[in-house]
Design a binder for this molecule. Structure first.
Ligand code: HEM
Length: 394
């Protein structure tokens, strides 16, 4: 057995053994257990690790995330709860109207290490600091962070983790498409169509990140003294944003964002949609569109991204090493539904896998503040223009 393969196997084995296979039971009143979902989570984790081994370890490259590997960049931000937020909504991170949290936001591309100039779905992951309360991720109960993970489309292509696992299997072996379609000819044809459309026909393609609206896609709980309701969340520009022109390069979204942030700050409104029974809104189906006629958005907070230089090697590397995860959350914002329950297992295992493979396990810890980020003052920007970097060079 060669050394590289042995190392990869060792990492895979140790990560799967330590992966937390407890799903988020007991379920809330809106959820329905899907038999076999733990196994689905483990199978998907193994499949994704297989891709990562093939794409990175086998080629002696630094390991990137399996999903959303393209780090467009991270920015420091402020997340401020609306000072006029209604009393019933004042819970969890929204408990104190007017409260401002330091935050770091990672913008990403969802497909392989492709450049910014390919059609793709983009992510906006927000990590708040100084959030009190026990975190739902059992391995990190004392973390002070709370994450909100979003993509620039309202719905996930697959209704459940089983169908998502089918997409993963097709990626590994395109012939699997025959079995996938045979299992549910109409339902799975729709999943395939949605998956292709999410990247290829995303209406945000060609736009600046500053112009995009991002969505949680899957539902979460908003739980407080006066409220206990599934919600979805979204971030949208505070007002009209000048279109500008992307430069057509592999880093066009990063460059555009940097140009804007060199001149002025950016602003997003953070809003929630509420589940109302009887309106045909689904909690267990992440492909269900909560349209605004059935679930209008209510503004809860404002995200300010101040002027800054985030496009440096140091900051891009720091950004890449972060981990965002729906279960970096307090109980007042519990992730809901089969897809979110499965994500609890998959994200933790995959994040550990890549940190171990990059030999950052000892270096990486969930951050407790923006201080380490603020200390990255070297303006050099060269290596991290390209995500295809041999692990050995780091
Ligand atoms: C069963 C369904 C899903 C699976 C298996 C899955 C899997 C993953 C994995 C493995 C990662 C990389 C984790 C890491 O290495 O730290 C990831 C990242 C990400 N996922 Fe998912 N995902 C799923 C559903 C979703 C949904 C519903 C959204 C909707 C917002 C989403 C948005 C993202 C984003 C934005 C990232 C990048 C996070 C970051 O910036 O670090 N995913 N996903």
């Amino acid at each position: 057995m060669n050394l590289k393969f042995a190392r990869a196997l060792g990492v895979l084995g140790s990560v799967l053994c330590t992966a937390n296979v407890a799903l988020a039971l007991p379920l809330t009143q809106w959820e329905t257990y899907v038999p076999g979902e733990e196994q689905e989570a483990l199978d998907t984790t193994k499949d994704l690790m297989g891709f990562m081994k093939k794409d990175y370890t086998d080629q002696d490259k630094r390991m990137f995330r399996d999903a959303h590997p393209r780090g467009i960049g991270c920015v420091a931000a402020k997340f401020t709860v609306n000072s006029d937020l209604g009393k019933i909504y004042q819970t969890g991170v929204f408990a104190k109207p007017g409260k401002s949290y330091d935050a770091i936001i990672r913008f990403s591309g969802s497909l392989g290490p492709a450049g910014d100039n390919v059609t793709d779905a983009r992510g906006m992951s927000i990590k708040l600091f100084d959030v009190p309360g026990t975190k739902l991720l059992e391995d990190q109960p004392n973390a002070v962070t709370h994450d909100f993970i979003q993509i620039n489309a309202p719905t996930f292509p697959a209704p459940n983790a089983h169908d998502f696992a089918g997409l993963v299997k097709i990626k590994a072996n395109p012939a699997y498409i025959v079995r996938f379609l045979a299992e549910s000819p109409i339902g799975h044809a729709l999943v395939l169509k949605n998956a292709l459309a999410l990247a290829g026909r995303n209406p945000n393609n060609g736009k600046s990140l500053a112009q995009m609206q991002f969505f949680s896609m899957s539902p979460y709980l908003l739980k407080g003294d006066a409220i206990n309701t599934p919600i979805k969340f979204s971030s949208r520009p505070c007002g009209p944003v000048a279109a500008g022109e992307l430069n057509g390069s592999e880093t066009e979204l990063r460059d555009d964002l940097q140009e804007r942030l060199s001149k002025s700050s950016l602003c997003f409104k953070f809003a929630l949609q509420f589940f109302t029974p009887g309106r045909g809104l689904e909690v267990e189906d992440a492909s269900d569109n909560w349209t605004t006629d059935k679930a209008p958005f209510i503004d809860f907070a404002e995200i300010t991204i101040p002027q800054q230089n985030f496009r440096t090697d140091q900051k891009l590397r720091y950004c890449d090493a972060l981990s965002f995860q729906p279960w970096h959350a307090i109980a007042q914002h519990q992730p809901l539904g089969n897809i979110n329950r499965v994500r609890k297992i998959v994200y933790e295992a995959i994040s550990n896998y890549r940190h171990k493979a990059n030999m950052e396990a000892g270096l990486y810890a969930e951050p407790v503040s923006l201080a380490p980020w603020n200390a990255l003052t070297d303006p050099t920007y060269s290596v991290w223009k390209d995500v295809k970097i041999p692990a050995a060079s780091h």
